[in-house]
Design a protein around this ligand. Sequence first.
Ligand SMILES: [Zn+2]
Length: 397
Amino acid sequence: MKITPLFALVFLVACRSDGPERSAEDPHAAAQRIHASAPVFDGHNDLPGEIRGKGFDAYDISQRLDHGHTDIPRLRAGGVGAQFWSAYVPAAEMRTRTAARYAREQIELIRAMCARYPADFELALTVADVERIRAAGRIAGLIGIEGGHAIESSLDILREFHGRGARYMTLTHNDTTDWADAATDEPQHGGLTSFGEDVVREMNRLGMLIDVSHVSADTMRDVLRVSRAPVIASHSSAFALAPHPRNVPDDVLREIARNGGLVMVNFAPAFLDPEAARIAVAWYPAMRAIEAGTSDEKERAERFDAWRKSNPLPAVPYSRVVDHIEHIAEVAGVDHVGLGSDFDGIPSTPVGLEDVSRYPAVTEELLRRGWSEADVRKVLGGNALRVLRECERAAGP
Ligand SMILES: [Zn+2]
């Protein structure tokens, strides 16, 4: 096309449609302003796993801690308004048939955590709860079960967990279960078994989000075929940018868009950077060898820490999180991307995104790259709220 001077002028004016006022605002100031009115709704935080075994008195999150990624002062500084707290159940509990008990303990721990800090936290069971709690200036806490082995292959236990307040469940953790293949284990079923499909249908009926973080790509595809409600990946990044099996491949991103679902970007360097992903794939066999060697949780953690120190990951800048957000927005659309930090569940963080106080850095980077405020708000929490609402509406009798 030949570009005439008149066309060029019209084009330039059109490009400035956001207005000089907005583009003149410093991205740092804009990020602070946006966070004040658009609180973050993060998909996955493992603080409850940190508190387990230590107790609330020893792990007092009302104070700014000099360890860990999460406490109330830092949640406030980061503009967090709603958080899915992870009721994480180690895969080893599957082999000792203690997974359901472990999940119950973690669900009750999250409920107790919300009750213990009533000025800052309140448990949310519905979208209406989230909106009411945020309007009151508190942080809405939701419960997400991490590891479908928690239900011990029983729909009755699934219903019990929903009754106790769980609003999502990852169908697996690191290990393949009797009914679903995991991303980081040998596939046994080619995705979901027919019982696995029943689990998906029952979660739809209950109004519980199906979480495909940790499952294999074939399990993701099966879930997207069966589910009649939007599906989430509460803490996964884009496979195209970091080829780790925990990440979501592009064909699944397109299916997530069709399904109305959401991929919430994980901040773990292992899932953000291709070189880190290559090293981190070896974690899983190492972890299983350690698990086989001792049943003591503390000893397992110490041995795994030592193993990781001898296999270090490269430093990854926080801008890599924004690369993943942009990739998912390009492939699936801006309505299908969110944040699922995995803080307190990841052994290291990107540089510049060290804890929950640092979310505004992501906002600032999106603004610097020319994102509109409306789209930034979707990523921070608007999309998560919409998906939760649609899941509630899809619930049946
Ligand atoms: Zn996880």
